[in-house]
Design a protein around this ligand. Structure first.
Ligand code: FES
Length: 153
């Protein structure tokens, strides 16, 4: 058999059995760890639905090989919660009712979270630029932008 692959997700160490080092991180998070916050959209690094934080920086987990994150801190949407309550960015998205179908929201929330960690008071231009490459097929970008502004306050 193969040796398990050790990764740290949301502060917990996991030994993943039978995972290939070139497997997309997204698959391991969803299928092995049952963390379904990150979503599968395009699988090509283009839509942002699968976004997680790697050492606090937004990364598209569908194109990050498992082998690249062995010594890194991975944070998923689940890891932003405070106990059983939403974290501040999540709460802002709830308050603004930013979801239509909600499929893109993981990526939106994680992208805003990563931005606010390095720039706590981003300009509107920065918010728009950061969210530009996160696709929302429902067209709720205005509500999402309101939520991002609320989170930044
Ligand atoms: Fe990863 Fe689209 S599913 S960027």
């Amino acid at each position: 058999g193969t040796t398990p692959v050790r990764i740290t997700v949301n502060g917990a160490v996991h030994d993943v059995e039978g995972a290939a080092l070139d497997a997309p991180l997204l698959y391991v998070l969803r299928n092995d760890l049952e963390l379904n916050g990150p979503k599968y959209g395009c699988g090509l690094g283009e839509c942002g639905a699968c976004t997680v934080l790697v050492d606090g920086v937004a990364a598209r987990s569908c194109v990050v090989p498992l082998g690249h994150v062995l010594e890194r801190d991975i944070t998923t949407l689940e890891g932003l919660c405070r106990g059983d309550r939403p974290g501040p960015v999540q709460q802002a998205f709830i308050d603004e009712q930013a979801a239509q179908c909600g499929y893109c929201l993981n990526g939106m929330v994680m992208t805003v979270e990563a931005l606010l960690r390095r720039d706590p008071c981003p300009s509107d231009e920065t918010l728009r630029r950061e969210l530009h490459y996160n696709l929302c097929r429902c067209g709720t970008h205005l509500e999402i932008l309101c939520a991002a502004r609320l989170a930044a306050r």
